[in-house]
Design a protein around this ligand. Structure first.
Ligand code: NAI
Length: 327
């Protein structure tokens, strides 16, 4: 079986080659991202394997199907980049759960860094500057943390926040009342969450309903100095509104692992290039913004599971079997 991987990095090759020893599939690793222009690269392949910033839109899917591809295997959980309505006879699979801990723990890392200004402190102490002026944070203990999306990652994040002694409130389109009881948080309306939270962390998928859910109107309802963490999808936040509200001081700090227009920048080394995104550059220049490059998933445990589950999904689909991870 021939599999074309798109948007591949060295770590993909390393982990997939290891797990492919069991299967012996014929894998080609393309650096290009999948989109309508590059889809023809997959001619003659049975399966296409893609990641978060590939664009499997209607045209790309049509080209894949016309050229003999049978299966699109996402090596990630989110699937907002696949136009499922246009998949035709293609079978589409994903890895819905690999390590909710990886992403939840990264969200906490961003939160602690922003609140306690660890990155600023690190830059100072490196230069033998041991002043603590300007590094004042607040106790998370006793604060109200608002979680939007109480799925696998949101629940792990809530458990960690419970460990800090925070008061957790949450919003989800589909309430998990057992989790609410067991973890001791409280579901509230979105407006109440905005009004009461000192910290807001986003763990819902990108859908029509959640696109730009964080915007001028929702930020206006938030507490002054709120910290916002986004380890979910960049398009959950209206970047222009975020920048404006950071400039007014309404937002106290932001930790982002994802960015609205990340596709051309994230997961690549562009340090020697002149291409710059104006809004991203502005955010990076702000003292209370910390950005990581869509790395929340990136733990050894997570990538091992991504590789093993992706190859198992492909095996099931290509053997004509049912696959619980099919979309
Ligand atoms: P999940 O499917 O277990 O949970 C998502 C939750 O969001 C569900 O409880 C669902 O009911 C809720 N939801 C759906 N629509 C909503 C809405 N309109 N408002 C509020 N809640 C809504 O997914 P999981 O595994 O917890 O992942 C969450 C998101 O994290 C993924 O969709 C993906 O975008 C992102 N992610 C980011 C990664 C990274 O490396 N930065 C890695 C993995 C996932």
């Amino acid at each position: 079986m021939k599999i074309a991987f798109f948007d591949t990095k060295e770590y993909d090759k390393k982990v997939f080659n290891k797990y492919n020893e069991k299967y012996g599939y014929d894998i080609t690793y393309f650096e290009s991202k999948l989109n309508a222009e590059t889809a023809l690269l997959a001619k003659g392949y049975d399966v296409v394997c893609i990641f978060v910033n590939d664009n499997a839109d209607a045209l790309a899917l049509k080209i894949l199907e016309e050229n003999g591809v049978k299966c699109v295997a996402l090596r990630c959980a989110g699937f907002n980049n696949v136009s499922l309505a246009d998949k035709g006879n293609l079978r589409v699979v994903r890895v819905p759960q690999y390590s909710p801990y990886s992403v939840a723990e990264h969200a906490v890392a961003l939160l602690l860094n922003i609140n306690r200004k660890i990155y600023k402190s690190y830059q100072r102490t490196k230069k033998y500057n041991f002043s603590i002026d300007g590094l004042l944070g607040f106790d998370i203990h006793g604060k109200t943390v608002g979680v939007i999306g109480t799925g696998k990652i949101g629940k792990v994040f809530i458990e960690i926040m419970n460990g800090f002694g925070a008061n957790v409130i949450a919003y989800d389109l589909f309430k998990d009342e057992n989790a609410e009881k067991e973890l001791g948080f409280k579901y509230v309306t979105l407006d109440e969450l905005y009004e009461k939270s000192d910290i807001i962390s986003l763990h819902c998928p990108l859908t029509e309903e959640t696109e730009k859910i964080i915007n001028k109107q929702s930020i206006d309802k938030m507490k002054d100095g709120v910290i916002i963490i986004n380890c979910s999808r960049g398009k959950l936040i209206n970047t222009d509104d975020l920048i404006n509200e950071l400039e007014t001081g309404k937002i106290g700090g932001v930790g982002l692992d994802v960015y609205e227009d990340e596709a051309d920048y994230f997961l690549r080394d562009l340090s020697n290039e002149y291409k710059r995104d104006v809004d991203l550059s502005l955010l990076l220049s702000m003292p209370n913004v910390l950005i990581t490059s869509h790395q929340a998933f990136f733990t050894q445990e997570a990538i091992n599971k991504i590789a093993s589950d992706t190859l198992e999904n492909i095996t099931k689909v290509m053997n004509g079997q049912a696959c619980e991870n099919e979309l």
